[in-house]
Design a protein around this ligand. Structure first.
Ligand code: DQA
Length: 144
């Protein structure tokens, strides 16, 4: 059975390519996802995508990943820094998750240095632009 990866993006990531391009680059989410899909297929994995600006919708989607997907690539945007609801959803899903950021959050404002999600993720990748997603997916696919 091929492994199945869910790539989940939170608030404002639907604005990639238009939003703060000096920080987040010029690629939009569609282009990033197309690249991920191609890489997933090269690696023999299945992939699906979800984006929402709403915390509740993200919680529901993460819950639905339980027993259905093998790994979660999660850029929760600003929710990373304070959403206990998302943290609890990741814990409840019992699916290995990698926290992803396009920017290096540790080079930025101090409020971005806190992640309430990192303790329930297997790792964090931050600062590699859109490659952060690819690196996270590849790391998940290397797990046994
Ligand atoms: C981000 C970093 C967050 O601090 C910010 O709120 C975002 C994007 C990133 O990908 O670099 O929306 O997660």
């Amino acid at each position: 059975m091929p492994k199945r990866i869910a790539v989940i993006n939170g608030p404002n990531l639907n604005m990639l390519g238009q939003r703060e391009v000096d920080v987040y680059g010029v690629q939009n989410l569609e282009t990033i996802n197309a690249g991920l899909k191609q890489r997933a297929h090269e690696l023999g994995a299945d992939i699906e995508f979800f984006q929402s600006n709403g915390e509740g919708e993200l919680v529901t989607f993460i819950q639905q990943c339980r027993k259905r997907v093998d790994g979660i690539v999660l850029n929760a945007g600003a929710y990373t820094h304070y959403s206990i609801a998302l943290r609890d959803a990741i814990s409840a899903a019992e699916v290995p998750a990698v926290e992803v950021h396009i920017s290096n959050v540790y080079k930025r404002e101090s409020f971005r240095h806190t992640s309430v999600l990192a303790p329930v993720c297997i790792g964090v990748i931050s600062g590699f632009g859109s490659d952060s997603y690819v690196l996270a997916m590849e790391a998940l696919l290397r797990l046994n």
